[in-house]
Write a protein that binds this ligand. Structure first.
Ligand code: FAD
Length: 569
């Protein structure tokens, strides 16, 4: 297996080198420009760079700031596709989740899921048993991990919060959990180690076309400096997620196929308020399926599925959305009875699905789709986190075919199934556990809790060592502050952290999973960023404002009604 490391042509991934990166953007003629730094775009950039293409990736906000930080954060095997009898897709997603686990075992972690069977529920015991058996078979799940069917007592033992009056048993099966934003970021970093130039806060405004009407480049705006740039390339690919149609329209009329966006939200409760022992996938009274997933100090619940036609750049959780999930939780865990005031954080994201005439929302496919416009723009949308590698391969194969036809240059075949996603990668889940145990001991000596070791390894893998080595403990500040400051120094120097929000939302997940902890570390982290990035007082105020808005959106519900048009995820 190939190990990802900084190659001779590898680039730094720091906002401190932004001026040099902007110069390189303008000076070079590129093979490929990728628009969009979500999981799809970053996957494409890695595949392309690893095959030898001179690749640029431009993201208008931060990496993973679109849908790729708003998912349920599972690397699915595609149980939902089984219900639709899409056997090929179940097999493909099952194979892919095993590959992604191998590429980043600290980030794609096995997680057992309990599917409770209840009186009057959607699922019967026989059907569930058979369905999960087929699911394991198609996904190539190892015998020791294959589903087991539980009787009522066994299911209650796994999850005592379930309602004993209606519970009849459960299916217990293998899934994987991840952090979508970290996965996306590690893909971008790996692409950069292979020589791709991946930049956040760089918005593509328009396309540049040649005399033959073919797209030959793009015009972009550096959103941190306001500078406008022109870039030329053999091929431009858009992986703009929910923005794909808006970008396509700038290149050519849309044609018959277009996106159909649906919104999905998640609510976060303190774990002591919703103390589930393990992850659950349960049906709610309207027949939809909802997840409840414990994660560190919290349990998060999701998701909804409603048509969306509002602002793409600020997607809000409405009171209706929250009511729906609160009712779902209270129906399945009647002894808990959470209320709106128990919600500590939330997020809302958009599924960039492909519109299909005459199909109801629940029938809309989650499959990806590639569109090629007459002037050469290739766009890709739809799909899942799980399928990012296959989607990237499909697009890059197409790009290479075009470039080879034009120039005669050939490139190597796809090898992303061998590229580990972090420097000094782990080779197995066992190795991750051993490393975490070592780190627990080390952190205890610094006054940090053993949970911090799980957090650090889950977020950064072996890169945790650099953060721990840089801890500046002092008597005047808590170890939590020292840790956050060390993390933000790492983030700025190694992970393209440019704004405070990048750090609190996508590099560390604190906004969702430790929102209460932000207050204590906020000032010192912003001070650290101000010094490192030479922020003016105005810039500092702007950053405070943006962070306040993110905190507000995660903790308040918009009043406007959204049509609840429930469809299974
Ligand atoms: P995005 O992540 O949205 O990326 C597109 C990027 O393009 C954005 O960052 C945007 O800022 C950028 N962009 C747009 N316009 C421009 C421009 N002009 N210039 C530069 N950049 C631009 N999948 C799973 O596998 N497992 C799950 O558990 C799961 N749960 C989900 C739950 C919900 C509620 C939702 C909504 C989706 C879920 N998915 C899940 C699906 C998965 O999250 C998406 O398929 C995936 O994140 C889409 O990634 P993307 O890169 O295509 O889009």
């Amino acid at each position: 297996m190939e190990v990802h490391h900084m190659t001779a042509k590898g680039r730094t991934f720091s906002v401190l080198d932004r001026n040099a990166h902007v110069r390189q953007l303008k000076d070079e003629h590129w093979d490929l420009i990728v628009i969009g730094g979500g999981v799809t775009g970053c996957g494409i950039a890695l595949d392309a760079a690893a095959r030898g293409l001179k690749t640029v990736l431009l993201e208008k906000e931060d990496f993973a700031s679109g849908t790729s930080s708003k998912s349920t954060k599972l690397i699915h095997g595609g149980l939902r596709y089984l219900k639709q009898f899409d056997i090929g897709l179940v097999r493909e997603t099952g194979t892919e989740r095993a590959i992604v686990h191998r590429l980043a075992p600290h980030l794609v972690i096995p997680e057992k899921m309990l599917l409770p069977l209840t009186d009057g529920g959607t699922y019967g015991k026989l059907g569930t048993s058979f369905g999960l058996w087929v699911y394991d078979l198609l996904a190539g799940v190892k015998p020791e991990d294959q589903r087991i069917m539980l009787n009522k007592q066994e299911a209650l033992q796994k999850e005592p919060l379930l309602n004993p009056d209606t519970l009849r048993g459960g299916g217990y099966y293998a899934e994987y959990r991840t952090d979508d934003a970290r996965l996306t970021l590690e893909l971008a970093k790996a692409a950069s180690a292979y020589g791709a130039l991946a930049m956040n806060y760089m918005e593509v405004d328009d396309f540049l076309t040649g005399k033959d009407g073919h797209i030959q480049g793009i015009q972009a705006t550096d959103k941190l400096s306001g500078e406008t740039l022109s870039l030329s390339a053999h091929q431009v690919v858009s992986a703009g997620g929910p923005w794909v149609d808006g970008i396509r329209k700038k290149a050519a009329p849309l044609g018959t196929k277009h996106l159909q966006l649906t919104k999905g939200i998640h609510l976060v409760f303190p774990h002591h308020v919703l103390p589930v022992r393990q992850s659950l996938y349960f049906d709610v009274p309207d027949g939809r399926m909802v997840f409840a997933i414990p994660r560190g100090k919290v349990t998060y619940v999701g998701t909804t599925d409603t048509f969306y036609s509002g602002n793409l750049d600020r997607v809000l959780v409405t009171r209706n959305d929250a009511d729906y999930l609160v009712s779902a939780v209270n129906a399945v865990f009647p002894s808990v009875q959470v209320g709106m005031s128990d919600i500590v954080s939330s997020w809302a994201g958009l599924r960039p699905l492909i519109h299909q005439d005459g199909k109801s929302p629940s029938e809309l496919s989650r499959k990806d789709e590639v569109f090629t416009s007459p002037n050469g723009l290739i766009s890709i949308a739809g799909g899942k986190l799980t399928g990012y590698r296959k989607m990237a391969k499909k697009v890059v194969d197409r790009v290479i075919k075009t470039i080879t036809k034009k120039s005669g240059i050939s490139f190597s075949p796809c090898k992303t199934h061998t590229i580990k996603l972090t420097p000094e990668p782990f080779s197995s889940a066992k190795e991750v556990e051993a490393y975490t145990e070592e780190l627990r001991k080390k952190l205890a000596g610094c006054g940090l809790h053993s949970d911090h070791a799980d957090y650090l390894v889950g977020n950064y893998g072996r890169q945790s060592a650099a953060i721990v080595a840089d801890l500046q403990l002092s008597v005047s500040a808590s170890p939590e502050i020292a840790l956050a400051c060390s993390e933000v120094r790492f983030g700025v120097k190694k992970e393209a952290v440019a704004r405070a929000e990048d750090f609190f939302v996508r590099r560390t997940g604190r906004l969702f999973f430790d929102i209460d902890g932000i207050e204590e570390v906020r000032r010192p982290v912003l001070n650290e960023m101000q010094t490192l990035l030479s922020w003016s007082a105005d810039r500092r105020r702007a950053e405070e404002g943006l962070l306040d808005q993110a905190l507000h959106d995660a903790t308040h519900f918009a009043a406007q009604k959204t049509e609840l048009n429930p469809t299974p995820k």
